[in-house]
Design a protein around this ligand. Structure first.
Ligand code: PLP
Length: 454
């Protein structure tokens, strides 16, 4: 390791406070500090090249060197470098992006506003719903339905909506959150229960829970079409078809959190279409700007738009917004990213390489250490088990996910550990060859790690 590179690691160790980072692994393996990118590869400060098997955080879908996005940014910076959308102001790319999003939306949507992130988008929706219900004379409609293992972000309410145990670190989720079953059939279906029966049971549980809480206390339900950070949980095919009538019966809006799934990740343009969601509100982020600018979007159905507008009139405004939400440069980049994905073969590529990816992943389910290989489109997960029959997980102390990821990283592939699973989300521009290499390395790495635990 050359001296300059060592100094990057030392400099980071004494200056940078890592979040969402496994501290024991950071201690033993050190950070990876990236110097530059080429297509789906990143190259670190000591010249090691990695295939980014997670597209960064699911978002760098067009890779790390898409000149058209940096050119779009530069052009917009030179034309009009930044503005806001408060006080009735706006800029041209922001309006154009709003129109484009509505045209592409998977369900009829009426209007849209922009944020800087997925968390901010979800946070904004909570405020919008609370304001809306209160203005309609239902201020007690404050509870939010979410699901075990959901991930909706890191701001306070978005963390509260996140169905992971770690939110206890912050004294969350708090009294306004109602956590429902995780729709993971392989893990939670009863013995002999088929996918459809499992979905029916979850819908019945949902109704029981709504009645226990009091339907008049519930503001909305958040749901990712396919859960991402919860471990790429694809719900049973009839899950949303079964739970949506329950929500409709009690007037509970459904919010589709498409932060990961939106713009092609599932092999459909929207996850909503892949799983049969009929949302009232849709959140997008990540692929929307291909990760080249912090962007989030909230799309509102005609009904919610009308009601939220009426509620805003009570206060003479929706008293909410972010300085850089709808930033013209972010919108110009997003317009170009969406053009590249939808009009220039990238989405077609996703559908094509997804077949290689999903069939290769499924083949790894035969490995003695793999309990379930699952996924949809270009998102997937491998869940390890100590015992294939009982589905018993390995002890957390073995840090299986971390070890698989470390072995892959040593071979030039970035994949993400998640407890005793690993999660994959290759860039949309990946070739069949790159996907095959990723799968071959996974197989090799599973053999290596299995050799240490069998
Ligand atoms: N919602 C989902 C489904 C996500 O996966 C994420 C981030 O991974 C978020 C919301 C939060 O987005 P951000 O990290 O941009 O705030």
């Amino acid at each position: 390791m050359n001296i300059a590179a060592q100094s990057w690691e030392r400099r980071e160790a004494t200056s940078f406070f890592h979040t969402f980072t496994d501290l024991p692994s950071l201690k033993t393996d050190g950070p990876v500090i990236i110097d530059h990118g080429e297509g789906p590869y990143i190259i670190d400060t000591v010249g090691r090249r990695y295939f980014e098997g997670n597209s960064g955080l699911w978002n760098m879908t067009l890779g790390f060197s898409e000149r058209r996005l940096s050119d779009a940014a530069l052009k917009q910076y030179q034309e009009f470098p930044g503005y806001h959308t408060f006080f009735g102001r706006n800029s041209k790319p922001t309006v154009e992006l709003a129109e484009r999003m509505l045209k592409l939306a998977p369900a009829p949507m009426s209007r849209v506003f922009f944020t800087n992130s997925g968390s901010e988008a979800n946070e904004s929706i909570v405020k919008l719903l609370w304001m809306m219900w209160a203005a309609e004379g239902r201020p007690e409609r404050r509870k939010l339905l979410t699901r075990k293992n959901a991930y909706h972000g890191a701001t306070v309410m978005a963390s509260a909506l996140t169905g992971k145990d770690y939110v206890k670190a912050f004294g969350l989720p708090g009294p306004e959150i109602v956590t429902l079953d995780c729709p993971h059939a392989w893990r939670f279906a009863l013995p002999g229960e088929g996918d459809d029966e499992f979905a029916a049971r979850l819908a019945a549980n949902l109704e029981t829970r709504i009645l226990q809480e009091g339907p008049e206390t519930i503001a909305g339900m958040f749901a990712e079409p396919v859960m991402g950070a919860g471990g790429v949980i694809v719900p049973p095919a009839t899950y949303f078809a079964k739970i949506q009538p329950v929500l409709q019966r009690y007037g509970i809006p459904l919010i589709a959190d498409e932060v990961i799934c939106g713009f092609g990740r599932t092999g459909s343009l929207w996850g909503t279409l892949a799983v049969g969601q009929q949302p009232d509100i849709i959140v997008a982020s990540k692929s929307m700007s291909a990760g080249y600018f912090p962007m989030g979007a909230v799309m509102l159905s005609a009904d919610i738009d009308k009601r939220a507008t009426a509620a805003s009139e009570v206060w003479e405004e929706f008293p909410h917004g972010f300085t850089t939400g709808g930033h013209p440069v972010g919108c110009a980049i997003s317009l170009e990213a969406i053009r590249i994905i939808t009009e220039e073969g990238v989405f077609e590529n996703v559908k094509s390489v997804s077949e290689t990816f999903q069939s290769g992943l499924r083949a790894l389910a035969d490995h003695p250490m793999i309990g379930e290989a699952r996924g949809m489109g270009l998102m997937g997960a491998l869940e390890t088990v100590a015992d294939k029959k009982t589905k018993q997980s390995f002890s957390g102390d073995l840090r299986i996910g971390e070890r698989i990821s470390k072995e892959a990283r040593d071979r030039g592939f970035i994949i993400r550990p998640l407890g005793s699973s690993v999660v994959l989300a290759p860039p949309f521009i990946s070739t069949h060859g790159q996907i095959e290499e990723l799968l071959a390395v996974l197989k090799e790495v599973l053999d290596v790690v299995y050799g240490t635990v069998k």
